[in-house]
Design a protein around this ligand. Sequence first.
Ligand SMILES: NC(=O)C1=CN([C@@H]2O[C@H](COP(=O)(O)OP(=O)(O)OC[C@H]3O[C@@H](n4cnc5c(N)ncnc54)[C@H](O)[C@@H]3O)[C@@H](O)[C@H]2O)C=CC1
Ligand SMILES: O=C([O-])CC(=O)C(=O)O
Length: 313
Amino acid sequence: MKVTVVGAGNVGATCANVLAHRDFLQEVVLLDIKEGTAEGKSLDSWQQAPIDYYSTKVTGITNDYSKTADSDVVVITSGLPRKPGMSRDDLISTNANIVKSVTESIAQYSPHAVIIVVSNPLDVMTYCAYLAAKKDSKKVFGMAGILDTARYRAFLADEIGCSPKDIQAILMGGHGDTMVPLPRYTTVSGIPVTELITPDKLTAIIQRTKVGGGEIVNLLGTSAWYAPGAAAAQMVEAILKDEKRIFPCCAWLTGEYGFKDIYLGVPVVLGKNGIEKIIELQLNQEEKTLLNESALHVKEVMDVLDQMKRVNA
Ligand SMILES: NC(=O)C1=CN([C@@H]2O[C@H](COP(=O)(O)OP(=O)(O)OC[C@H]3O[C@@H](n4cnc5c(N)ncnc54)[C@H](O)[C@@H]3O)[C@@H](O)[C@H]2O)C=CC1
Ligand SMILES: O=C([O-])CC(=O)C(=O)O
């Protein structure tokens, strides 16, 4: 089994390193456009192997896509991260060019690969990769929901005073400040979260989750990478081990939840074929309204991408 991670920056290198630690892959290729970056981080990862006991070697490559040939899964993390004061949407023009050209190269050498997009603005970059890959949408999807629910779960664990392992949650919508955490579908080892936390505290945690990416950008001057890299690796593992895990992922909708022709975060089953099923929850009116607002925002930014394509055509 072969995995390629494109972009050996903070998120991509973390993802490759987490995959190496999982120790189930024959090959992980880490590719970057910047000479030496992928090679250096791969070497560092291999020198960690005797300490942390794994045998999966990451191979670093500068921009030679022939070395990525026949990958089973490709994770695209190439692109600019935002800086304080920026929104994810501000990255659209630079990152759309990068994601389009990377996806075309990947499609040429690994026509059957499942593609997981991480670059921002996530929902629209996933759409961009889908257009460039020209393949079944069940094999082109985005990572955001695992990260966003992980933040929500971590904040809840702090507040409740329990292990984050025991918090199950789902969250939907775009990967932006309009995302929709779902307290009705949040439990702590089966106990409804509302029995363990006051409504005010829960509302504050939902709000903090929505701007969780920005909180880290303001602290670091760039965006997060440990949790995002691990989240993408978790998706890779679910696919290659055919685990049928249920995660919130950014998926192409064809009528689910009343939406068509849009990439949006929804619960899916992940297995060897990529997205094997989109799960449709019975949302209440308030949840539907929030999801509609989020979808409207994503659609607006998708329209910007379509407009850019027309100008560049
Ligand atoms: N979906 C999500 O939840 C998250 C998304 N992100 C996004 O992931 C992306 C990467 O973030 P970081 O790793 O922190 O950025 P980074 O700047 O550390 O790394 C990006 C890497 O992409 C490389 N790159 C640029 N153009 C390339 C090309 N054409 N081909 C190959 N490599 C290329 C750069 O040389 C750099 O090493 C950003 O767009 C960021 O906003 C970050 C965190 C979470
Ligand atoms: O906030 C950002 O720009 C990066 C990202 O998507 C996240 O960490 O959620």
